[in-house]
Design a binder for this molecule. Sequence first.
Ligand code: 3H9
Length: 696
Amino acid sequence: MNEVVKVERHDAIAIIKINNPPVNALSAAVRQGIAAAIRSVSADPEVKGVVLACEGRTFVAGADITEFGKPPQSPGLGEVIAGIENCPKPVVAAIHGTALGGGLELALGCHFRVATKDARMGLPEVKLGLLPGAGGTQRLPRAVGPELGVKMVVTGDPIGAAEALKNGLIEEIVEGPASGAEAFMRKAIAEKRPLRKLRDDDSKLAAARADRKIFTDAAAAANKKNRGMDAPLACAEAVSWTLDVPFDEALKKERESFVKLVSGDQSKAQRYAFFAEREAAKVSGIPDGTKARPVERVAVLGAGTMGGGIAMSFVNAGIPVTIIETGEEPLNRGLGIIRKNYEATAARGGMPADAVEKRMSLLMGKVGLENVKDADLIIEAVFETMAVKKEVFTALDKHAKPGAVLASNTSYLNVNEIGSVTKRPQDVLGMHFFSPANVMKLCEIVRADKTAPDALMTAVTISKKIAKVPAVVGVCDGFVGNRMLSARSKQSEKLLFEGALPQQVDAVVTKFGIPMGPFAMGDLAGLDIGWRSRKDRGIKSEIADALCEAGRFGQKTGKGYYKYEGGSRSPLSDPDVEKLIIDTCARLGLKRRTVSDDEILERMVYPMINEGARILEEGIAARPSDIDVVWLYGYGWPVYRGGPMFYADQVGLKHIADRLSFYAKQNNDPSLEPAPLLKRLAAEGKTFASLAAKAA
Ligand code: 3H9
């Protein structure tokens, strides 16, 4: 029909094949090709049945996201799907890989669906700040019932073939997708099976129509985790139309809702984040064709919280790990915690009970650094001081096999200096995981001056394999994430001296969408850590020091910037802290003022953006979007705000530069002066997005 959609004939069966690598997205050419193919097979008297299949690694994975926001091209996906549904010949979708979004909607327009056993099917539009816009909200609940339907649409999580079969989404599980679908079609023709148009099949809606609570309960459960996002609510509302709005009218309403969301800021940010994540995995500044070194066994040094979490991430991906400690006692404690974590997950239904032993069997505990000798990648998660790191890397140089990648999990130390104690600095880099390491998706990969391209590639590739999002950064104090965080921390502390209270600052930050404010986060991490480090460095922070002197170390002592009652982790405002802050200010002769929420937000976010600009200038991050990836996946930046650099572009760089200059003067704080790059872009009316990628 065209170069991306072809029709093959196997006597009376027509096979429509889509071939639009890499994921068979529904570009305009694909839509045109399918529509033409359906017209042609409909008109061909010799065709008795039709198979809709895909070449390559997957069935259609959705609409072509790159087309959103551009002028629409005919035919629309809804029109193509209506063409399939109204085709007088039976059409079966042959699903393999992932049938997602518009891809599943396309399959739902077919009269039948079959899938291979490892196929996954879902409507993930919500993750892009959208709702399914081509009938998915109306046809999926008719296929699987409104309870599962609303769950799938609101969470965007796909289901596997077995669940799809059980719930009526597919007719059969087949071996080869196209050949299995063809066999199914021959059977359907022989049995004269009536064409099942989901639009006309309300059988699964009856119970929820009689008792709406069935639906509202399922919708509420699915919507539980959504803070501040428009799309999940729109998704639930659209599915509710299956209960009381006629099909064609509901399609119109669905389309209107889609058009509204697709042009909104939240979806723009979420689509940006989708591509930013994929872009971050492309390492700039290394020769084309650089290959990762093979990694078959990993060693993790340290069985504490961090080491344990890192080890679990590898084991979860089926990669064997040797976890190494300095003695039996900490080793056994660490292994015991990992086992407990897995058992708790299994008890919650998060993994099958027999998976606990399987995973533990991939984990080998050893005492002594010499046990790194078989590992292709070694990650140290030991005490965070340069002296200890140097000692460990000196020993690693002695025991690691040639070519092994030696990674430090340091969160701020100089990786050049760490590598300098080895005779193989080309194999040394940073792999900075975030706590809890088995949960948090970010891995900041620190490229030292002498890191070899293939060592870097190894870290990036393995991070993806263990389902982390890699972001390559350069060496500086705190790298991208903690360096920007420290710009924010400086301001949050200052705000207390000027007149704000911890709960006010935290409320502004959480309202913005970041899960935890700086003070609640400090309480969680433990205030004594910073206190000790300040003492070592001879630095004072009057309020934080006074809290620690009063024994308020945070959650672990039940008191910090907040109080915690009855073992709860919920922070409660504490009048004693307010008094301590006011008294400290009085003692220092500081006059407190009312600080507005707007000022708090600007001072929490703009200095971070400013630091981000410096990071770009120095080439510590290659692209603004890499900085955003760090914040999205390591620090809980709300995805519907795209990341700090994306947010800056939305707000406008001139406004941000002006406000920073204002605060620099107000606070007599030159560190708040806009960075030269920010100033230049602001003066030129440009955005961060306008910057080309630079080598990290
Ligand atoms: C939708 O369907 C709306 C409809 O309801 C209504 C319309 C009216 N478009 O992720 P990977 C690119 S919304 C364009 O690395 P994997 C991706 O950028 C859509 N491009 O592979 C990358 O490019 P590059 C609903 C896309 O194997 C390359 O393909 N669907 C699209 O790890 C490989 O991707 C979704 O949200 C797309 N739809 O994972 C599904 N998808 O190589 C989104 C991918 O230049 N996609 N690309 O960096 C995914 O979740 C994953 O890509 C998938 C494969 C699981 C399919």
